[in-house]
Design a protein around this ligand. Sequence first.
Ligand code: TRP
Length: 369
Amino acid sequence: MSQSMEKKKIILTGDRPTGRLHIGHYVGSLRRRVELQNDPSFEKIFIMIADAQALTDNADNPEKLRQNVLEVTLDYLAAGLDPNKVNIFIQSEVPELTELAFYFMNLTTVSRVQRNPTVKTEIQMRNFEANIPLGFFCYPVSQAADIALFHGTVVPVGEDQKPMIELTNEIVRRFNNIYGETLDECEILLPDNQACMRLPGTDGKAKMSKSLGNCIYLSDPEQVVEQKIRSMYTDPTHLKVTDPGHLEGNAVFTYLDAFCRDEHFDKYWQDYKNLQELKDHYTRGGLGDMKCKRFLNQIMQEMLSPIRERRNYWEQHIPDVYDILRQGTTTARTQGKQTIAQVRRAMKIIYLEDTDLQKSQVEKYTITQ
Ligand code: TRP
């Protein structure tokens, strides 16, 4: 329980296993997790494959999730998550999460969840309006349990998850108020720039998403990445090379904002010192899209090639991948059991092992002659 000792930093985050991960996931949170696994100020790192959450809007297609648990794990390992430093586990394998979510449901209200902007958008996107599955509606509460069960204090996720973090902290505060200090509040850790926050699709549309078919996957082969970059959306008014180009809404430049570092110019394009110089030339006119795309492709291939190599390795070692999941899940369950014991004690919902309770009740009813 949280005493006056220095607060431990624990990371809890995760992804729904609905498909392979793409470069939007990478800059949005995955890259950060890989960095943080080497930061000694974090005591534990839990990365959860949120299959139970994914079921809330895929109840009729469990096979999809079944396949993608492996795909997402492969993407994690490919991105550089080290199973010796992080616990990768499967949500549905930790039943304590369901239990905590059930208790948490009493600590918030229907109208509170109804106001959640991320849930609102998702309901619209899925045409759920009239028929919202109850489980789907409750997933923000279950997500609060995901974080609290692991005493997660730092949650690296995208901006769209902000309402979930706020709800988590409301529930945790309410829990601690009613039952006594037991659970920890958490903070969101957002990507460090706007481009990473919401990477657009290759078509320039607001979001990279599987259903829009505008993704570059971490597992795409070299030629596929090159082809996708070559046909990327830029500036429709930039017809001739001499025309001034526009950066706003120009996906190539948004990607450069997300991926390009000064050293890339040293390495691949010595005409410029940094991205600002390149942008200045582009907006002045006289710089063609193809050259910018070639540069972006070089940067992307440099980033993706070690990821691709690691994926190739793990694809040939799938039983080991399952061992990693097994181990991560065992650790997660141990933690889950511990927290649930704390929670039950705080809520006073232990009976069978509570000898004090039983003794006092025996005394209460014992007829003394
Ligand atoms: N909702 C997250 C997503 O869609 C996945 C998730 C489930 C999660 N539980 C979590 C993220 C707990 C962070 C913490 O990507």
